[in-house]
Design a binder for this molecule. Structure first.
Ligand SMILES: Cc1cc2nc3c(=O)[nH]c(=O)nc-3n(C[C@H](O)[C@H](O)[C@H](O)COP(=O)(O)O)c2cc1C
Length: 384
């Protein structure tokens, strides 16, 4: 069956990814923290909002789904958010997502925890990616990251602030994710059960995290490096850290992981260009609110001029339409891109983008709208 028929939605990619990936990675992608309540809420709350159908409205012949936020244009109102270790789900996974995003005219955000580094991505795509920054306990490591961003022409970085403490994802604890730093019999068995993944990924040896490759303190091999990267995250981040980074970084600065209006107001005071309203896809604080339900309050606290990106639980074109009607500027998606690249590589990512694009277009048209700009102007008028 060809790709277009086989994959009709994000869940189809999720199922295929689970079939192809060793359990330790499938669970790492899927999982949320503790009882996974926030993970579920992120999805369930989209159903709180209904869309208004409007008929016989004059539509432009071609819908315009483009947005320009803080001076950066994107052909579509959504794109891949930073996801660690894409290159473990498929060989050169980071490159595959970055390249497909570049072809689709949407930005790509490279995670600090990525297998491929900034330079490799830039070379593969011809454009500098955006960069998600995790601050390490050693300032010298952070200074190196920022220097690499400067040299390679990165113009927007996202400082992730909701992971000073890594929450418990029970699936990962059971699988030993982050404590595996060598091949164990259990892991070998999992890999053996997934021959297509193993052949693709392990042929050229187990990958390394390029950004910290060769630094003894991070160890060798992506699994050990993954453990060390998260263990070494700076646990003393405060608003002063943001102010300092604001001074040190001349490009655009977004804070990722804001989910409270009071923090949104503080972000505005800290002088950033924008924030990502995010609960890390339900992977950190459990029993928090869904991000979609928070959009109006966060927009209010942020004011009209700061950029409001949102993520966590977006799976449908209609989810994106609702977020923009509620006041968001742009939507990031994590797991959907991880699943698509794991399942089908570049072709899968391209198909995922097409599916979401056409879902947004059809939804808008049935609402009597033909551009994201019209949707933004209409705001909550289009919701019931
Ligand atoms: C497997 C996985 C790895 C992630 N790695 C990172 C990361 O390295 N840096 C970061 O800021 N967020 C990371 N996130 C969080 C995403 O950027 C994003 O906030 C979240 O996935 C959004 O929810 P969604 O997956 O439901 O779209 C990760 C999420 C997943 C699922």
């Amino acid at each position: 069956m060809n790709l277009e028929r086989r994959y009709q939605n994000v869940e189809d990619f999720a199922k295929a990814a689970r079939r192809r990936l060793p359990k330790i990675f499938a669970d790492y992608i899927d999982g949320g923290s503790f009882s996974e309540t926030t993970l579920r809420r992120n999805r369930d709350d989209f159903d709180r909002y209904a869309l208004r159908q409007r008929v016989l409205a004059p539509l432009n012949a071609k819908s315009d789904l483009s947005v320009t936020v803080t001076g950066r244009a994107s052909r579509l109102p959504f794109g891949p958010g930073p996801v660690g270790f894409l290159g473990l789900y498929r060989k050169d996974g980071d490159i595959a997502v970055a390249r497909t995003a570049a072809k689709a005219g949407i930005p790509f955000v490279l995670s600090t925890f990525s297998i491929n580094g900034l330079g490799t991505i830039r070379k593969a795509t011809g454009v500098a990616p955006e960069f998600q920054l995790y601050l390490d306990e050693d300032p010298a490591v952070n200074a190196d990251h920022l220097e690499a961003c400067r040299i390679l022409g990165v113009d927007r970085i996202f400082l992730t602030v909701d992971t000073a403490i890594t929450s418990v994802r029970e699936r990962d604890v059971k699988n030993g994710f982050r404590s595996v730093d060598r091949m164990t019999p259990g892991l070998f068995w999992q890999f053996a059960q997934r021959p297509a993944w193993s052949l693709n990924l392990l042929r050229s040896g187990f990958p390394e995290v390029e950004l910290v490759k060769g630094r003894a303190e991070f160890g060798r091999g992506a699994m050990a490096q993954a453990g060390n990267l998260s263990r070494r995250l700076d646990k003393n981040l405060t608003w002063d850290t943001v102010v300092e980074l604001r001074k040190a970084w001349p490009g655009q600065l977004f804070i990722k992981g804001i989910s409270d209006p009071d923090d949104a107001a503080l972000a505005r005071e800290a002088g950033v260009e924008g924030i990502v309203l995010s609960n890390h896809g339900g992977r950190q604080l459990d029993h928090g609110r869904s991000t979609v339900a928070l959009i109006p309050e966060i927009r209010e606290a942020l004011g009209p001029s700061l950029a409001l990106f949102v993520d966590s639980g977006f799976r449908r074109g209609s989810d994106i339409v609702k977020a923009i009607a509620l006041g968001a500027d742009y939507v990031l998606m994590g797991r959907p891109f991880a699943w698509a690249v794991a399942a089908e590589g570049e072709a899968g990512v391209a198909h995922l983008i097409n599916l979401l694009e056409s879902e947004i277009e059809i939804t808008l048209n049935l609402m009597g709208l033909s551009s994201i700009e019209q949707l933004r102007r209409a705001g909550t008028e289009v919701l019931r």
